[in-house]
Design a protein around this ligand. Structure first.
Ligand SMILES: [Zn+2]
Ligand SMILES: [Zn+2]
Length: 226
């Protein structure tokens, strides 16, 4: 059957999205550019994903976040930052598909029961036209045969963008922003998001999920800032 999406993705992937050399793969990144990507270094705190010698960092020990684990594909640096911006603000949806494919090569889906995209407020959704985290979550979940629980988790407060605020204000800004129903009782939930900066949004969502009965929360993000 004719499938336009499939055809478009084939066209996009013929050339590397970064250097336009022949990509020779379905990911859309040639071998040389692939090796140059700012991959997340291996030694990081398993809980928050910040640099540490593979043990829980002092910050997580003294003030544990509500999420239990963090896996990040990349450091938020060039060209990942540019690709994520193109994905989000120029609606380059094939990049979301590409990041979902790369995620599948890296994320360890141990005992995950369901995937939750970082919810977007309906007003923001209307502005942007799509939720980038939902695109990523759908791509990942489909391959892993996991349910996407986007109908059970909502953003009930339309807050100013976190990026515009200093850390303390971010925590306050996001407080009470989410609501989750009892679908999550007893589940290990993986939250999918594009970028993790202070982790304040992920932490607030993890807190809300735990209050709704989730027993474990992992964060899967494309890129992490340090
Ligand atoms: Zn290339
Ligand atoms: Zn940590």
């Amino acid at each position: 059957m004719f499938n336009l999406g499939h055809l478009l993705s084939k066209l996009q992937y013929a050339k590397c999205v970064l250097c336009e050399a022949n990509a020779h793969n379905t990911l859309g990144i040639c071998q040389a550019c692939w090796q140059d990507l700012p991959w997340q270094i291996n030694t990081c705190c398993p809980q928050c994903g910040l640099t540490s010698s593979n043990v829980t960092c002092g910050q997580c020990l003294s003030q544990p976040p509500f999420y239990d684990a963090t896996q990040a594909l990349f450091e938020y640096a060039y060209p990942i930052d540019a690709l994520l911006q193109a994905f989000k603000y120029q609606q380059q949806l094939y990049l979301g598909h590409m990041f979902a494919q790369i995620s599948l090569k890296k994320f360890q889906p141990t005992d995950i029961d369901c995937i939750v995209p970082m919810p977007m407020h309906p007003a923001r959704l209307q502005e942007r036209g799509f939720n980038q985290s939902l695109e990523l979550a759908n791509g990942i979940a489909k391959q892993l045969h996991l349910p996407v629980a986007s109908k059970h988790s909502h953003r009930i407060k339309n807050t100013p963008p976190q990026a515009s605020l200093p850390l303390k204000a971010r925590v306050k800004n996001i407080k009470g922003a989410f609501s989750c129903d009892d679908y999550f009782v007893g589940k290990h939930v993986a939250i999918v998001d594009d970028v993790m900066t202070s982790g304040a949004s992920l932490n607030e969502l993890a807190k809300t999920l735990k209050q709704a009965g989730a027993n474990k929360v992992s964060c899967w993000v494309v890129a992490r800032t340090y």
